[in-house]
Design a protein around this ligand. Sequence first.
Ligand code: NAD
Length: 328
Amino acid sequence: MRFLVTGGAGFIGSHYVRSLLAGEYKGAENASVTVLDKETYAGNRANLPADHPRMTYVRGDVCDRELLLDLLPGHDAVVHFAAESHVDRSVTGAAEFFRTNVLGTQTVLDAALVTDVERVVHVSTDEVYGSIEKGSWTEDRPLLPNSPYAASKAGSDLVARSYWNTHGLDLSVTRCSNNYGPYQHPEKLIPRFVTNLFEGIPLPVYGDGRNRREWVHVDDHCRAVHHVLMWGGAGEIYNVGGGNELTNLAMTEQILQLCGAERSMIRYVTDRKGHDLRYSLDDTKIREELGWSPRIAFDEGLAGTVAWYRDNPQWWKAARNASSADRP
Ligand code: NAD
């Protein structure tokens, strides 16, 4: 099988590509992969093997139709991870989110259609559903995105649906909860707090810290994406939850403990504009229909993640320097 993976130099996409090349995915043990990545501040070529006989790396934009039409012939599958992914950045500058996430997805899917790619997975997010006070979302719940990031992902999610419904493109969508693990950009909550503590910098907790998120290890998410690619149904949507729900404050306390730091490192800062209170997915469908379930226990996964950042300061310092993110 030949895969094209967009956004394959980012956090989740690079984990997927490394796992694919390591032969970890059933039915794709010898797959070859083309990575297409623009290398924004969030994408790093060094997240992938320097040289691998089954990998071709292309630096380019998912909005570049000519490039996609050139690259795609001969590929069996597209896994579409590429996106602008940081909610805070979408609050201060949304244009790039709509360009890459909506127009980029439309361009990728159109090129996949024209070049007869057999199978596509579009990687969406739980944030498309909005915020839920009680209970959990099933896949048939309406999309009520609140942030510009979530709105752009909801747009791309609906573009995906339209290419299946109108053109019969064999495509499935995954909607996953918050990921954690190695190689995540230090602008995101867990790596930011961990690396702050390594440098003795306080932890900026939004509002009262009571916002609740569900967490899944990146390795479990990537296996879910692969299950969906191989065994998911055309036009079907699959929630990928993981079941580890924590307030941001509880997460912060676990990080403090793992880093051997005091609670006095917490600083409550002005809440994010339009901050969703709670996300929660019902992922019965992927568990029962495709036989996926998470393998990495949260405590173990979080400890492993903290250890990875402790062992790789050169990685996160370079990522932080490459980024223009403000640090309140
Ligand atoms: P990331 O920001 O770490 O990586 C995104 C990658 O896309 C980067 O390598 C970047 O260079 C690339 N990219 C951005 N714009 C591009 C463009 N125009 N053309 C080509 N490449 C481009 O993001 P991530 O956390 O790895 O997320 C990957 C996908 O998973 C996204 O679609 C995101 O919405 C989704 N998702 C993320 C999470 C999470 O917790 N991180 C949860 C659910 C879903």
